[in-house]
Design a binder for this molecule. Structure first.
Ligand SMILES: [Ca+2]
Length: 346
């Protein structure tokens, strides 16, 4: 065998031909680069970490409940698909944000004395609303009977300075304002949902159902959300197991795999609130009205809140229905108010 023939035979019988080996290395390098990018952007092969893809579509938004005039009537709305946080943002999530940025929430800041001339300094101290149940039967004509502005209440001390969040890492963060929620969302590379996106997601693919899971409040006797049982606001019989917030995902998910779209805590949306929104809003990816009006407090602009909370009961506020609407001062939190984020596909 000549030298040329030996060389050719060596090449032809090589168990690891040069070209396939190179292709394998390129594939490995590509996989490593994509993996690094996925980690950098918090994206896994199933999408952003902790988020669920909610496909877009046209749905019936609103309700026909005579007690919820601002949520009427039913009207068709189209929304694009969007990634949605599987659960409400937790105390652990929010703690990471604060540790990374040094962010100070609205409830931790004193009121500006220039905006409140003549108000005593002690009344300008940082404070936030806390549910304070009365001791006995209470008329439901004025929520001031069970809400108190408590100095020192904030996300680390949801019920006031003597409370804390130890053991509540996996509970939804509360006492966060719309401004706080928006700041978190920006930091996380996300945003707050529009009201239409939120309701589409809450309905879980069902059409005009009373609840996020169907038409029966307790299918098979099972509680599906953290709301209020007993006589509001004095007697909470804890039928669902929780007096205040529950750990996120304590109840079954809806049809899109989202937890706590009803009850637990109210969730901020990006829209300004008006009670007459549905008569005038766009029907294709509505972003909400350009301004706000709450007839009960016309001098305070309000943002939309959705989903109801552990304080909701059909005796007073049945707004854990997917069509139910709430509203609040974007600069204020409360002990039953949190949020979740969404992320557009591109
Ligand atoms: Ca409860």
């Amino acid at each position: 065998m000549s030298r040329d023939h030996r060389e050719r035979a060596k090449v032809e019988t090589s168990p690891t031909p040069r070209k396939p080996r190179l292709r394998g290395r390129l594939l490995l390098v590509s996989a490593l680069v994509l993996g690094a990018l996925a980690l950098a952007y918090g994206v896994s092969s199933r999408g952003p970490s902790g988020m669920v893809w909610v496909p877009g579509g046209t749905f019936a938004m609103g309700c026909d409940d005579p007690n919820m005039v601002d949520a009427r009537p039913w009207h068709d709305v189209k929304v694009n698909g969007v990634w949605v946080d599987r659960t409400e943002v937790t105390n652990a999530d929010f703690a990471r944000f604060v540790a990374a940025t040094g962010y100070i929430t609205s409830a931790e800041k004193p009121l500006d004395p220039k905006a409140f001339p003549g108000v005593p300094a002690e009344e300008l101290a940082p404070a936030s609303p806390v549910f304070t149940p009365p001791s006995g039967p209470t008329p439901l004509d004025n929520h001031a009977r069970w809400w108190r502005l408590v100095p020192g209440a904030n996300w680390r001390h949801p019920e006031g300075p003597l409370s804390d969040i130890k053991g509540r890492d996996n509970h939804p963060v509360v006492q966060v304002s719309w401004d706080d929620a928006s700041a978190y969302a920006r930091w996380a590379g996300k945003r707050l949902p529009t009201e239409a996106e939120w309701e589409f997601a809450a309905r879980g693919g069902l059409d005009r159902k009373e609840f996020a899971w169907g038409d029966e409040f307790r299918p098979g006797g099972r509680y599906m959300a953290n709301t209020w049982q007993g006589t509001f606001p004095a007697d909470n019989t804890l039928g669902d197991g929780f007096r205040a917030t529950a750990p996120v995902a304590s109840y079954p998910p809806n049809g899109f795999g989202l937890h706590d779209m009803a009850g637990n805590v109210w969730e901020w949306c990006s829209d300004w609130y008006r009670p007459d929104t549905y008569g005038a809003s766009l029907k294709n990816n509505p972003q909400g009205p350009p301004d706000s009006l709450d007839p009960n407090e016309p001098n305070t602009p309000k943002r939309v809140q959705r989903g109801g909370s552990f304080l909701c009961t059909d005796q007073y506020c049945k707004r854990y229905d997917p069509g139910g609407r709430g509203e609040g001062d974007p600069g204020s939190g409360a002990c039953h108010l949190g949020f979740r984020c969404v992320k557009s596909a591109n």
